[in-house]
Every structure is written in structure tokens, then in C-alpha cells.
Design a protein around this ligand. Sequence first.
Ligand SMILES: CCCCC/C=C\C/C=C\C/C=C\C/C=C\CCCC(=O)SCCNC(=O)CCNC(=O)[C@H](O)C(C)(C)COP(=O)(O)OP(=O)(O)OC[C@H]1O[C@@H](n2cnc3c(N)ncnc32)[C@H](O)[C@@H]1OP(=O)(O)O
Length: 193
Amino acid sequence: MSGRTTGLTPPEDSKAPVRHPDAPAPGETLGAHYDQCFGCGHQPGGLGLTTRAGEGVSVTAEFTVRTGHQGAPGLAHGGVLAAALDETLGSLNWLQRVIAVTGRLETDFVRPVPVGAELHLEARVDAVHGRKIYCSATGRIDAPDGPVAVRAQALFIEVRVDHFIENGRTEEIDAALADPDQVRVARAFEVNP
Ligand SMILES: CCCCC/C=C\C/C=C\C/C=C\C/C=C\CCCC(=O)SCCNC(=O)CCNC(=O)[C@H](O)C(C)(C)COP(=O)(O)OP(=O)(O)OC[C@H]1O[C@@H](n2cnc3c(N)ncnc32)[C@H](O)[C@@H]1OP(=O)(O)O
């Protein structure tokens, strides 16, 4: 036991999330934070999630379940659905201009998601307490108002860019640091309101 509190309920003295003044406008597509990201990057084995800014500190995303995403015959793997939720929640970083990583992700699998279905995801920040960002997400089948298939509550923890530089494999970190587009993305996140 670490003694760490794992509750996902924001403390009473939490603050409302703040949308950064330079955040992308509602409806604008958010780019990939890293081209080789499994969730939002451009690689054959990935989820290929496209995310758009919503109102306030919220985003929407769509993800089509493909044959390579199966757990049971014809059904999406729960871990893949959790990854889609995690990625959608992670892209809320773009609207706050804060770099944060998932500390805790709690997922409810409400109904099975068949291959070929399009999962419509919606995520929002509910509250902020220091470095802790409390957020939630929902995934619906085939339409923004379709039946709910998955729900998540999560706690993201704000980190500095050094988190990646110190912990990532040297090969990829060196390549990222040598890529001006990647450095621009990382810098943009470091400018806080
Ligand atoms: C040039 C290169 C640039 C490359 C980067 C490019 C772009 C950057 C931009 C954005 C990218 C950002 C993220 C990626 C986005 C989307 C992908 C989806 C998101 C993910 O997939 S991301 C991967 C999975 N994720 C991890 O890989 C985290 C592993 N982990 C750790 O790295 C540490 O564990 C960390 C940092 C989380 C905390 O460590 P730490 O030392 O900084 O902080 P500490 O432990 O003191 O916690 C402070 C307060 O949070 C509470 N707290 C902490 N953890 C908790 C838990 N699990 N449950 C409940 N409460 C928790 C404590 O209880 C305390 O609370 P209190 O202050 O009240 O005491």
C-alpha cells in the first residue's frame, strides 16, 4: 500500500478549469501531440483518433473500430476502448496548454462495441486542484447521441516537459528534440495561462 489517495472526486476547494486564451476555437481539429503516438499519431497500428476542440474545456473525437482492435470475435477489445478514452482525455491538454499525464483512469464498459462501429467520444475537465486535473469522458456508438458504450473518470497530473526527456528512450527523445515541429508543440504546452 502506498498510502496514496486514489479517489477521483475533486476536493471541495478545487477550481473550475480555465480555457487558455490561445486554445483552438470550438470545432477546430487538434493535431497529433506526437506523430508516433498510438492514439493520435499517424501510424498503421494506431487508433488514428481525430479530436476537435469543444466549448469550454471539452473535446470530441471519433474512432472507428477495425478488425485489428478485436478482443472477442467481432467486438472491440476493452483495452483499446480504454486507450481511446485515455487519448481523448489527454487531448484536453491542448485547451489548457498544460502538459499532463494520466495518473488514474477508471473505465465503465456499458455495452459491447462491434467492429465497424464508430465510437463518438466526448471529454471534459471537471475540476483542477493544483497539479491534479479531474476529467471525464463518454463514448457512444455510431452517433454523438447514440447509445453509451463506455464511460471514464480520470485524474491527470501536470508534469514538465522534462518528464518525457528524463524518462523516454534516448533514441526517440533525440529524434523529437531534433524535430522543430515537435519542439514547437512541446513549447506551446509549456506556456501556462
Ligand atoms: C521534446 C520532447 C517532447 C515530447 C512531448 C511532446 C508533447 C507533449 C505534449 C503533450 C503530451 C502529454 C501527454 C500525452 C497525451 C495523451 C496520451 C494519453 C495520456 C497518457 O496515456 S500519459 C501515459 C500514462 N501515464 C504515465 O505514464 C504516468 C506515469 N506516472 C508518473 O509519471 C507519475 O506517477 C506522475 C507524474 C503521474 C506523478 O508523479 P509525481 O512525482 O510528479 O507526483 P506525485 O506522486 O507527488 O503526485 C502529485 C499528486 O497527484 C496524486 N497522484 C499521483 N498519481 C496518482 C494516482 N495514480 N492516483 C491518485 N492520485 C495520484 C498524488 O497523490 C499527489 O497528490 P497531492 O498533491 O494531493 O498529495
